[in-house]
Design a protein around this ligand. Sequence first.
Ligand code: ATP
Ligand code: MG
Length: 286
Amino acid sequence: MENIIRIAVQKSGRLSDDSLSLIKECGIKFYNGTGKLKSTSTNFPIEFLFLRDDDIPGYVADGVADLGIVGENELVEKDKDVSVLKKLGFSKCRLSLAIPKGQTYPGVSYFEGKNIATSYPKILSDYLKSQNINAEIHEISGSVEIAPSIGLAEGICDIVSSGSTLMMNGLKEVEQIFNSEAVLIANKNLNKEKLAIVDKLLFRMNAVQTGKSNKYVLLNAPNESLDKIISLIPGMRSPTILPLAQEGWSSVHSVLSEDQFWENIEELRAAGAEGILVVPIEKMVI
Ligand code: ATP
Ligand code: MG
């Protein structure tokens, strides 16, 4: 098993689809039929273990898997000694404290001496310590939102993305205590051969990620405004300028981040740019 790496990904849940899409976008082919717990790529030295996300930090720390994709919430909660190689930008959510809608909330002191239900006892107890609050933590493994209505707790600490689950259960979010996204983690003792494969994988992931956050922009501009337009969209080295069939006009091709595009669009138009096209980039190696 020297020249192959093993990556642990969530078998089925909110991390699975994006984890597997990222790997596919890296050009790595594999088969994952339903119920399959293990799979080997046909074109990259990588083997997949499909697991519950709870088990991923431990498997990577123990070296059963070399790499893993897991939410930061699960990673910090499990408190395992692994390296975080990369933030992956998906499965974004937060851990928040919530209380019944009708209660007035004076601040975090609300929780002093209260019972709080959660699946994240470590993150919650670290937070309460940092706020000098003494509260009773009740660890439950799921359906945490129901705890206040059945009299188990006066508040909960759980994952929130849109807040609609809280609302449905008559709760309101009062403190955000932890922000999370999916991360790529690695065992700390990988040998040279494995590290070389991990580097190859990271190179591909970076190309996919950079591509996603950048756009290819094409526009038409009168020649007299080219200097201004080039200064607005300088691109990777410099933009490509091609003459249009119509005298006095050029087509300008460049790459820029999506945020930058929205910031610059008015200035581009004011400078005379028209026929602006913005095209997605699949991969980008700088
Ligand atoms: P498993 O069966 O593997 O233990 P699970 O039920 O513990 O799965 P999921 O609900 O699939 O976990 O969520 C996996 C991870 O996705 C969470 O730990 C969190 O990092 C992230 N996540 C959870 N809820 C959301 C959400 N609503 N939006 C985005 N990301 C989320
Ligand atoms: Mg889980």
